[in-house]
Design a binder for this molecule. Structure first.
Ligand code: MN
Length: 507
């Protein structure tokens, strides 16, 4: 089963109105709504199907449609629009019960005023200008989390904003009930990768459960020679495999061992319906190599992954792969590894010991074998590559004890200044926004992890919408950021989330 099968998903389009204007006006509202929804559905920038449902005209109707949405497993979110005035007390109970993300689209059917023709009938029909403000009030009054998008529904920029939100809704839906497996626990003494898994499940909807690495070793040892042969053939086909690892090469057995680990991991994940996993090099009993190649390939197939037991990075990687699905560019587990501190241009070299996803590779990766200084195991096989230049985003979710904070930093990937002939791992070089000094200062002040998730497929906007859906703090470091501004935001957030945590949140 593909980890990216979202064909059943849809977003419901529901229009607010009332009976005051008579059946003719309501008929027109319905037809217009249908046309808006169909246009959004056909927009190439919106990956999720948009389905027009109905007009909400009474409190009972509104409660009914929202109850239906709550129970419909295909519905991942709703778009509301008040074509006419829709007295918002009608919406209170419905909105109170709604348990899916929603977007308030503030649009108007006709783009232009018919200056010479306009009369009171026209005004009464096309009055989203105040109908949507009434709807805005009730959501503000109820402190409902939502996305507000403003502009004409045929405007590509408006459709793009809806598309971004729909990708976030898709990610949010994917997290609900998602299962992530941890082999072993955390890398000993490491703080940022640890945290409260109960709070995470209450807040985000995904579960994280641990296994002894022996449970994995059992699957690895059960891998058949035929499956290993087939996988090695795929490797030779997809990668530049170094001579020694090829069939007949003196280290071919190491490649077979890498394939054996991949077969075992896949079996474990598929049998348990997992969407991601973590490993730790401190607990590899029974595995001959630290899983490198296997992890790289499983990430490329859509699995989340966190090294050293980093379950929050694992869940975030899966989320960002879902949100970026269908767009150009890849998404990977990453680590801020080392710096180029030349005053002419500071750069960060991101990499990991082994586990960088091949979806961010610039061309065909090379499959190599090199020693690994830690873990005390045999030399692991791994894919080595660079990453194409262009915009990207790094993101991290940190557990602050009373809440989660999502930190994002926009960066530009650049080509390495020179070849890196002695570096035996996949890597990427970037210049962070607004500059290295501000970015690193802000990231450190915010407590962002050294294990960011790196994506060239999606931007920071999806993360912002996701944070709103999850009800967590969002801190963006972008071209406009200043240290003074970031410090102020962090202090304000500390107070805000302390206050808001008293109301109604479980996680
Ligand atoms: Mn690490």
């Amino acid at each position: 089963m593909s980890l990216f099968d979202f064909s059943h998903q849809e977003i419901w389009f529901v229009t607010g109105s009332q009976h005051l204007y008579g059946p003719e006006a309501l008929k027109q509202v319905g037809m217009n709504s249908q046309e808006v929804a169909e246009t959004l559905n056909a927009a190439s920038s919106i990956p999720v199907a948009i389905t027009y449902k109905t007009i909400g005209e009474t409190p009972a109707e509104i409660r009914g449609i929202i109850n239906d949405a709550n129970h419909d497993t295909n519905c991942i979110g709703l778009i509301f629009w008040c074509h006419t005035f829709s007295p918002a007390k009608m919406w209170i109970l419905g909105l109170k019960n709604l348990n899916k993300p929603f977007l308030h689209l503030h649009t108007q059917f006709n783009r232009d005023l018919p200056w010479g023709e306009i009369d009171m009938d026209y005004m009464n029909l096309h009055q989203a200008a105040h109908g949507d403000r009434e709807f805005g009030f009730i959501n503000a009054r109820m402190r409902n989390r939502r996305k507000v998008v403003v502009g004409h529904w045929q405007d590509p920029a408006v459709q793009e904003e809806i598309g971004v939100w729909s990708r976030a809704a898709r990610g949010w839906a994917d997290w609900q009930g998602a299962r992530f497996a941890r082999f072993g626990d955390n890398m000993r003494y490491v703080s940022v990768t640890d945290g409260d898994k109960v709070s995470a499940e209450a807040r985000f909807g995904y579960e994280v459960n641990g296994y002894g690495v022996g449970d994995l070793v059992e699957k690895v040892n059960a891998a058949s020679d035929a499956d290993i042969d087939a996988l090695c053939a795929i490797y030779e086909d997809q990668y530049h495999v170094v001579e020694s690892l090829r069939k007949g090469g003196d280290r071919h057995d190491s490649l077979r061992e890498g394939a054996r680990i991949e077969v075992g991991l896949r079996t474990f994940l598929e049998e348990g319906d997992y969407k991601g996993f973590t490993t730790t090099f401190e607990d590899l009993h029974g595995l001959k190599q630290l899983p490198g190649l296997a992890v790289q390939r499983l990430m490329a197939d859509g699995y989340g992954f966190g090294a050293e037991g980093d379950w929050k990075a694992c869940a975030l990687l899966r989320l960002m792969k879902v949100m970026g699905h269908g767009k150009d560019g890849g998404t990977s587990f990453m680590e801020d590894y080392t710096y180029h501190l030349d005053p002419a241009g500071n750069k960060v070299l991101g990499s990991h010991m082994l586990e960088i996803c091949e979806s961010i590779a610039d061309g065909k990766p090379s499959l190599e074998i090199h020693p690994l200084g830690i873990g005390g195991k045999e030399d692991p096989v791994r894919l080595v590559f660079n990453t194409p230049a262009g915009p990207a985003v790094n993101a991290s979710i940190v557990d602050l004890g009373n809440r989660f904070r999502l930190v994002a930093n926009e960066v530009d990937v650049v080509a390495p200044d020179e070849d890196l002939p002695k570096l035996p791992v996949a890597r990427t070089v970037w210049e962070p926004k607004p500059n290295f000094k501000t970015s690193a200062t802000a990231w450190i002040l915010a407590g962002g992890s050294h294990h960011p998730i790196f994506s060239q497929a999606m931007g920071s906007e999806e993360l912002e919408d996701l944070a709103e859906m999850a009800g967590i703090e969002y801190l963006l470091i972008d071209g406009d950021s200043s240290i003074r501004g970031i410090k102020k935001e962090l202090r304000m957030n500390e107070v805000y989330y302390y206050a808001v945590s008293g109301f109604n949140h479980a996680g």
